[in-house]
Design a protein around this ligand. Structure first.
Ligand code: G3P
Ligand code: CA
Length: 243
C-alpha cells in the first residue's frame, strides 16, 4: 500500500471541519489517519479548532483563547457549513482521544501555536496523550520552529516540522530543530526533497492535496502521507492505480 491518507480536519469537504461528524466520516471512509488542530481555551483546555478566531466557523465572534471551555461548548460549529449540522459543537482533545481510542486510526495533532504562542501547550497535550497511552499512534506537528525544538526535548513521539516556506536545506533544517518528520505544503514537493527526506530517515507528508492529479503525483513519488480534505477520493486513486 502507498502513502497513508490523512483526513485533514476530518473529512472536511463533507462535514464541518474539526467536528465529530467530520471525524466520524473520515473513519467510515477508511482514512488511515486524522489530522486536527489543537488550541487552548481561556481555562487552558485543549480543543480542536483551526482559526485563532471563532468568526468563520461558529456563531460567535472573538478569539478562542478568550472563551472558557464551558462557553465554547454552547456554540454552534456546524451551521456555517450546512443546516444539516446545526448544533454541532467544538470538540475537546480529551473527547476526541476517547472516541478514537478503540479505532485503528493514526492521529496527527497540529499544535496551532504559530500565531498565538499558547504557553505550555506542549506540556498540556503531552500529558493528555500520556493519559490515553497513545504515544505510538500520534504524530505531533507545528509551524512554530521553537515549539518543535521544545517538543524534541520533551518527548520521543514523532514530531513533524510543518512548513509552506521554501528553503534549499529544508530537510536538514527540520532535522536540526529535532523534528523526526517533515510536513510540507504541496508546492514544496519539488527537486529531490523526497530523496533527501528518505536519506535522512524523515517521513515526508504533504498538505493539503485535494486534486486528482496532485494526489496521483504524491502517491507516485511515494510520499509517506497525504493530508487531504477528500480521503474517499484519495482512497479511490490509491486503489485504482494500486499504488
Ligand atoms: O497539517 C497540515 C495542514 O493542516 C496545515 O495547514 O492551515 O490547514 O492547519 P492548516
Ligand atoms: Ca492543520
Amino acid at each position: 500500500m502507498g502513502g497513508k491518507i490523512f483526513a485533514h480536519r476530518g473529512a472536511s469537504q463533507l462535514a464541518p471541519e474539526n467536528t465529530m461528524p467530520a471525524f466520524e466520516l473520515a473513519y467510515q471512509l477508511k482514512a488511515d489517519a486524522i489530522e486536527t488542530d489543537v488550541q487552548l481555551t481561556k481555562d487552558r483546555i485543549p480543543v480542536l479548532f483551526h482559526d485563532i478566531r471563532l468568526n468563520r466557523t461558529t456563531n460567535q465572534k472573538g478569539y478562542i483563547k478568550d472563551f472558557t471551555y464551558e462557553q465554547l461548548t454552547k456554540l454552534d460549529a456546524g451551521s456555517w457549513f450546512s443546516k444539516k449540522y446545526i448544533g454541532t459543537s467544538i470538540v475537546s482533545l480529551e473527547d476526541f482521544l476517547k472516541w478514537v481510542e478503540d479505532k485503528p486510526l493514526m492521529i496527527n495533532l497540529e499544535l496551532k501555536n504559530h500565531k498565538i504562542a499558547y504557553k505550555h501547550l506542549e506540556e498540556i497535550v503531552l500529558e493528555m496523550i500520556e493519559y490515553f497511552q497513545m504515544e505510538e499512534r500520534i504524530i505531533l506537528s507545528s509551524f512554530n520552529p521553537a515549539s518543535v525544538q521544545r517538543l524534541a526535548k520533551m518527548t520521543h513521539i514523532q514530531t513533524a516540522f510543518l512548513t509552506s516556506k521554501r528553503r534549499t536545506d529544508l530537510v536538514e533544517y527540520a532535522q536540526s530543530l529535532g523534528a523526526t518528520a517533515l510536513h510540507i505544503q504541496y508546492r514544496l514537493l519539488r527537486g529531490n526533497i523526497v530523496e533527501q527526506s528518505r536519506n535522512r530517515n524523515m517521513p515526508l507528508r504533504v498538505y493539503t492535496v485535494n486534486k486528482r492529479r496532485q494526489l496521483l503525483r504524491c502517491f507516485q513519488k511515494k510520499c509517506d502521507g497525504i493530508i487531504t480534505d477528500v480521503p474517499h477520493k484519495a482512497q479511490r486513486i490509491r486503489n485504482l492505480f494500486r499504488i
